[in-house]
Write a new protein. Structure first.
Length: 553
């Protein structure tokens, strides 16, 4: 018996063995792909998919979609087979999906980073090998993953609306594409808001403000979708529509990059240069705005006088908002940042304003506003002289060209005045308290409320001025002044004082800030310490070997 062979287990059939090998290979590839993913994405995805908020939201999304389908078909009745009611059912599903994408997902992104700040767990992340950009990118990718899950859950219902007729496939894709982009942008803004403060009291206030803002964005999205679905169909056959869509998409992407870099800079160490990348993006945005506005002017409405006033106001508001944020930067430049300052004369002239600092940010915003006013006024002047000859459209009158030029001058004066006064107040308050970006923004809001809200109240309470329109008392009220100037063909009566008063006010404020500007301009490059240079040399990759000599040399 000892010579008999041991019984062996039955071998699986060859087909099953091939499936097992393929499955093992697929698992190995997935494990490798998971190891290469962002660790923050893996952590956030696990936490989000196991959280009660996701389970409740996903369940309610399915229940609402199921209930909306039953109720909608019951209301439509026999018309579902012969009518064109796809737009009605799409509107129902859009409302359900938009609430999840525009409210739930961005607020979850806000809380994910706010909790890190409140519980002091971000310090544990900061000492790991993960950089600030990886942390923000991981949380933003986690929000995008949740969007795709919600979208995939309701996509069969959206495909059902196409079968009901009344809505084409391109419209569905176009609306859903902008909905996903809006959700991604709101998630980036929510992450930026989550980095603004570490205090629990301010976090509660920011949470309320975030919810209100997200609900407002949800309402705006519903209003726009209803207009597109039931009132004005999208003109896909017109080239101007795609030109405008391309302009909006490029502007959206530029702001998304700016907000992303701003969130990264907020959690970066203070010794790093956190401002130069943001200011580079601002210059790129200005170039995009200028290029697309030129294209729209040539393609759409080059002869419309209000178009140039609109371009002027948009660009000025952009630089005013950017300047308000840059005023919250620290006036002290770290040694690490000073090691990369420009050294040549031309480099210091053109690139010093990209360095961190409130004073350099003040001048940087003024330069952007000046460039916006000059280019818009130059465009109006060219159309005024060559309108109807070089480009299509009506010729602008000389009064209107002068009005656009004057609008640019007064806009520049207002930006210089308000940002300069805020810079003086911030420099004064920093003697007793720490003023960051949030504090600088609040100071700017208070200045605008005082400068634009107080003069109308005083004028309404004064008997001699109550029945009059614009008076010199409204010199600080840029809403009233610029709106009257943009609406009229020439300078409105009684506003002649602003031609010399506003430039004098802006120049006086600029002179008062000149000392702080010169102080930040005087920073020069410093050499690396010996220890830092040795460590950088040790971490640097070895130089490539010299090329082999050629026998023909």
């Amino acid at each position: 018996m000892s010579g008999l062979a041991e019984p062996t287990a039955a071998q699986p059939p060859p087909a099953r063995r091939r499936v097992a090998r393929w499955w093992a290979t697929a698992e190995s590839l997935l494990e490798r792909a998971g190891d290469r993913l962002n660790p923050i994405l893996v952590k956030e995805a696990r936490q989000a998919l196991k959280s009660r908020l996701f389970v409740v939201t996903f369940g309610l999304l399915l229940i609402c979609a199921w209930g909306g389908t039953i109720v909608g078909l019951a209301i439509i009745g026999p018309e579902a087979a012969f009518g064109f009611r796809g737009s009605t059912m799409f509107a129902v599903y859009f409302v359900i999906l938009a609430f999840a994408l525009l409210v739930i997902v961005p607020f979850g992104a806000f809380r994910s980073l706010a909790v890190e700040q409140e519980d002091r767990t971000y310090e544990l992340l900061s000492i790991t090998a993960l950089g600030p950009a990886q942390i923000i990118r991981g949380k933003l990718t986690s929000a995008l993953l949740q969007m795709l899950i919600y979208l995939s859950a309701i996509s069969p219902c959206l495909g059902f609306t196409y079968l009901l007729r009344g809505i084409d496939f391109v419209t569905i894709l176009y609306i859903l594409g902008w909905l996903v982009l809006a959700s991604l942008g709101l998630s980036a803004i929510a992450l930026l808001l989550g980095t603004l403060t570490e205090q629990r009291q301010l976090q509660v206030i920011l949470s309320v403000m975030t919810i209100v803002g997200l609900l407002f964005a949800f309402g705006v999205a519903i209003s726009v979708a209803m207009i597109v679905l039931f009132e004005e169909a999208l003109p896909f056959s017109e080239p101007q529509f795609w030109t405008t869509s391309g302009a909006l998409l490029s502007v959206y992407l530029s702001y998304l990059v700016l907000i992303y870099l701003a969130a990264v800079s907020r959690i970066t160490f203070a010794s790093q240069n956190r401002s130069t990348p943001l200011r580079i993006v601002m210059v790129v945005q200005h170039m995009l705005f200028t290029g697309w506005l030129a294209v729209l002017a040539i393609v759409v409405q080059i002869g419309d006088p209000d178009f140039y006033a609109f371009c002027m106001i948009i660009l000025v508001l952009h630089w005013y908002a950017m300047g308000s944020v840059m005023l919250g930067e620290s006036p002290e430049l770290s040694l690490r940042a000073r090691r990369r300052l420009p050294q040549s004369f031309l480099g210091r002239v053109f690139f010093t304003w990209f360095n961190p600092g409130p004073a350099t940010g003040y001048v940087f915003a003024l330069c952007g506003t000046l460039a916006s006013a000059a280019m818009t006024a130059a465009g109006a002047a060219v159309v005024g002289n060559l309108g109807g000859v070089v480009v299509r459209g009506a010729r602008l009158s000389a009064d209107r060209v002068f009005g656009v030029f004057l609008l640019g001058v007064l806009s520049l004066c207002y930006v210089a005045f308000y940002l300069g006064v805020a810079l003086l107040l911030i420099r004064l308050l920093r003697r007793w308290a720490r003023i960051d970006v949030l504090g600088a923004t609040l100071i700017q809001v208070v200045l605008v409320l005082v400068g634009c809200g107080l003069p109308p109240v005083i004028q309404a309470m004064s008997l001699p001025w109550r029945s009059q329109g614009w008076t010199v008392l409204q010199a600080t009220n840029f809403f009233w002044t610029l709106s009257d100037l943009a609406a009229g063909q020439r300078l409105p009566p009684g506003m002649e004082q602003t031609v010399w008063l506003l430039p004098a006010m802006a120049l006086a404020v600029f002179v008062l800030n000149l000392r702080g500007i010169l102080r930040e301009v005087e920073y020069v490059r410093v050499a690396k310490p010996t220890r830092v240079a040795e460590e950088d040399a040790a971490l640097a990759p070895p130089p490539p070997p010299p090329p082999r000599p050629s026998p023909w040399d």
